[in-house]
Ligand binder design. Sequence first.
Ligand code: R5P
Length: 296
Amino acid sequence: MVHLRCHTMYILGGTSASNVATNLAITLKQPLMHTTYKRFPDDEFYVRLLDDIAGQDVVIVQTAYPDQKIVELFLIQDAVLDAGAKKIIVIIPYFGYSRQDKKFEDGEATSARVIAQHISSNADCVITVDPHKEHILNFFSVPAYSCSAVVSLARYLKEKHVDFVLAPDKGARQRAKEAASFINCDYDYLEKTRINGTNVKITPKKLNARGKHVAIIDDIISTGGTMANSIKELKKQGAKTVLVACTHGLFVDGAKEKLLSADCDELISTDTIETEFSKVSVADTIAQTLQTITDI
Ligand code: R5P
């Protein structure tokens, strides 16, 4: 545990998490830093800090996805260190590369470890939201913490009168259980087999979903294949409405169209990746975790 004592904690939003940074500054009643960001004609990134932060604690908020945003984070960290910050806390709302958390085949890189090591070199501690696997926190060489968006998502789903929660695979079972317990309804999970990067197979299973307002909850929606298959299964089994909720909405490879044509009634994600579906903010859960390791 890192104990940080400060009167002021500057919040510095990178270009991939400006909404989270603004909400965090409001929640914590701390100043949002002024910066200049631009790209050179060859697309290289430029950062300049406009506030004097010497001797102050700084919270950098930047989603590490896609690749360009990871480079931005490294440059921002360097600028903050060089400006004489006392402590550097890095908040990574979505930690890219987290799904390559081990070598699945000989000769592969453990991508999550590579990114974590580089971030650690200019940080005193790190917080990330709903990492794909908790063990990736061990890849950081500084104290690293995770927080969860599940309760914030569940609060939204409860207002939508959801009365059944489904995990699309075993990995998401705990999230579904937690969301269902907040909503006070039943939950279940499906068994998924991944065929390749875009195709998955769901093992048929009888679900108690007839006439229900169902929410499927997962950490990541990437190509939407996992969710699309689960929606079809639920509708086949008589679910009245199916809402799809995730923490990290990547929505690549035509995911939005795939989900809508699978008859999804609403798509919900948080703002770890800012999209038109970012209806729930992770600022509160990050603020709570920050408060447990600082005295703000
Ligand atoms: C994998 O285990 C994750 O929790 C998600 O289920 C997966 O990343 C979703 O990918 P896609 O949207 O491409 O099916």
